[in-house]
Ligand binder design. Structure first.
Ligand code: SF4
Length: 243
């Protein structure tokens, strides 16, 4: 666990493809007929997004230091060596029994942001498609980051659950400043926060993952349909993360 907690990884990710269905889902399509023009443009815009994106991420593992309620009585999980507190019922449930927590931030890069701004002035249809492609790209980068965390946990004999982001459930969005500071994400990835706690580049994701001594029902329980499969370094070595 000590070796794991000492890691502070910065990584670049190769995202060479995204799921077209996901891009369409972010565009609001779920099987209904799509305008021909839009359909024809999707593949080209996705390819352009993958070309300009510079996916990268940072992650760190912190041991769980305590579970004292927050000052206002909400459940809270404290982390050793970080000011970061994971507050709320969602975190109480997600981190129940966790020995440590991996904290991660990923971004598709400022290049995607710049292209989005350019398209907002020149081609709003393409901007919408590019926006959906950027969201899908950064989620793939998050899958890659999660795969690294799963692999590191596996090496340490630990099991993971899935990533959970501020703003979901009752995990407060105001976790973001401390979370990003714990990763030095502004210096390493160029991620900044607005007063309303929105990240720039907008195609960025933060999350936490629980690390446990026993397999979790929600963990990577099967390689089939695992989002990390395309980035997995464990299976090739012979033993999957859930065995
Ligand atoms: S592909 Fe299999 S071994 Fe790799 S992270 Fe997913 S569940 Fe674990």
């Amino acid at each position: 666990m000590l070796a794991l907690a000492a890691q502070n990884a910065y990584e670049r990710y190769e995202v060479t493809s995204v799921d077209r269905t996901e891009v369409l889902r972010y565009l609001g399509y779920s099987g209904q007929p799509m305008a021909e023009e839009l359909d024809a443009r999707v593949d080209g815009v996705v390819a352009r997004c993958l070309e300009v994106a510079r996916p990268a991420g940072v992650w760190r593992v912190f041991e769980v230091a305590g579970r004292e309620p927050a000052e206002d009585g909400r459940p809270s999980v404290q982390l050793k060596g970080a000011k970061l507190e994971l507050i709320g019922d969602s975190m109480r449930e997600h981190m129940e029994g966790a020995a440590a927590v991996a904290v991660m931030a990923v971004t598709a890069g400022m290049t995607v942001e710049q292209e989005l701004r350019r398209l907002s002035l020149t081609d709003t249809v393409e901007q919408c498609i590019f926006d959906a492609a950027g969201t899908t790209t950064v989620e793939r980068a998050a899958d890659a980051c999660e795969a690294s965390i799963v692999a590191a946990a596996h090496t340490a004999g630990l099991f993971t659950n899935f990533r959970f982001s501020p703003g979901y459930g009752d995990m407060p969005l105001d976790t973001q400043p401390v979370l990003l500071a714990a990763l030095d994400a502004q210096r390493k990835l160029g991620i900044t926060l607005s007063k309303s706690l929105l990240m720039t580049p907008t195609k960025s994701v933060t999350a936490v993952i629980g690390l446990f001594e026993e397999p979790q029902p929600t963990s990577h329980a099967s390689c089939k349909d695992c989002l990390c499969a395309g980035f997995c370094r464990i299976r090739a070595a012979g033993r999957p993360c859930w065995a």
